[in-house]
Design a protein around this ligand. Structure first.
Ligand code: TPP
Ligand code: SF4
Length: 255
């Protein structure tokens, strides 16, 4: 099937230029590459602009409850292991209300791919701060928790023992496609951190500033080295690519 055949009949209501379009496009391309038929595909999300994505795919889609996509997807995958199950949501969905489910899902290591569209705020509810909002953003908008440093989703899942951790940004479609293809192919819980801009509630320069802070992992980087992945994740600049892939069958190191 062609990528566009993985789209449902619904037209996205996202703002023009929203990063969510990049994830939708990259996902449909990855599904096409992997030749997954819609009858064997489930896309589960929580609530948020990004979570609308589930309904835009031709699949068993469920735009569920805010913060609850992971336990719903886990139950589905356990009951129907034949379904390729992709979970999508925002940074608020995954790291505010849904935070407790993330390390639990990582440790259960059920075969899900969890793509978090991280725009550093709550888009659907009009621009409040999320756990990944920068201090500068909060100060400039006089939002709560101004002195709280942002949480790093990649460090969090690495520390919890995630076997597949990748980072990409929504403006680089071939890279989104590749990271999702590899994540979906991984036979365990796979986390894909998708950096994106909210064109409506972030500043006009946010997208460029964000992409200017990204580097590709260097040639020869070894994704089986957990220590190297953590060192990369701690760098100020965002490292894009497959940061960590635990060999299948190897136990997670205790964090
Ligand atoms: C239980 C519950 N609490 C709060 C809300 C309100 N709410 C809807 S979406 C959202 C946050 C959305 O932010 P994010 O998950 O980052 O997604 P985005 O819209 O930025 O893609 C909130 C707080 C809700 N729908 N349900
Ligand atoms: S408000 Fe932001 S996150 Fe929501 S659709 Fe518009 S640009 Fe995208």
């Amino acid at each position: 099937m062609k990528p566009k055949e993985y789209r449902s009949d619904l037209d996205p209501v996202w703002c023009n230029g929203c990063g969510d379009f990049g994830l939708l496009k990259g996902l449909t391309q990855a599904l096409s590459d992997l030749e997954i038929v819609p009858e064997k595909l489930a896309v589960i999300s929580g609530i948020g602009c990004s979570s609308r994505l589930a309904g835009y795919t031709r699949s068993y889609s469920f735009n569920s409850l805010h913060g609850r996509a992971l336990p719903i997807a886990t139950g589905l995958k356990v009951a129907r292991p034949d379904l390729t199950t992709v979970v999508v949501g925002g940074d608020g969905d995954g790291f505010s209300i849904g935070l407790g489910h993330v390390p639990a899902a990582v440790r259960r290591n059920v075969n899900l791919t969890y793509a978090v569209l991280d725009n550093g705020l709550y888009g659907l509810t009009k621009g409040q701060s999320s756990p990944t909002s920068t201090v500068e953003f909060k100060k400039s908008h006089e939002l709560a928790g101004q002195n709280e440093e942002p949480l790093d989703p990649v460090m969090l899942v690495l520390a919890a023992g995630c076997g597949f951790v990748a980072r990409t940004h929504a403006g680089n479609l071939p890279h989104v496609r590749q990271m999702l293809r590899e994540g979906i192919s991984y036979p365990g819980f796979a986390f894909v951190h998708v950096l994106a801009a909210c064109v409506t509630y972030q500043s006009a320069s946010y997208a460029n500033d964000l992409y200017g802070r990204c580097d590709a992992l260097p040639e020869g980087y070894d994704p089986t080295d957990l220590g190297a992945a953590m060192a990369r994740a701690r760098e100020d600049r965002f490292q894009l690519g497959l940061l960590y892939r635990r060999p299948v069958g190897e136990a997670a190191a205790s964090a």
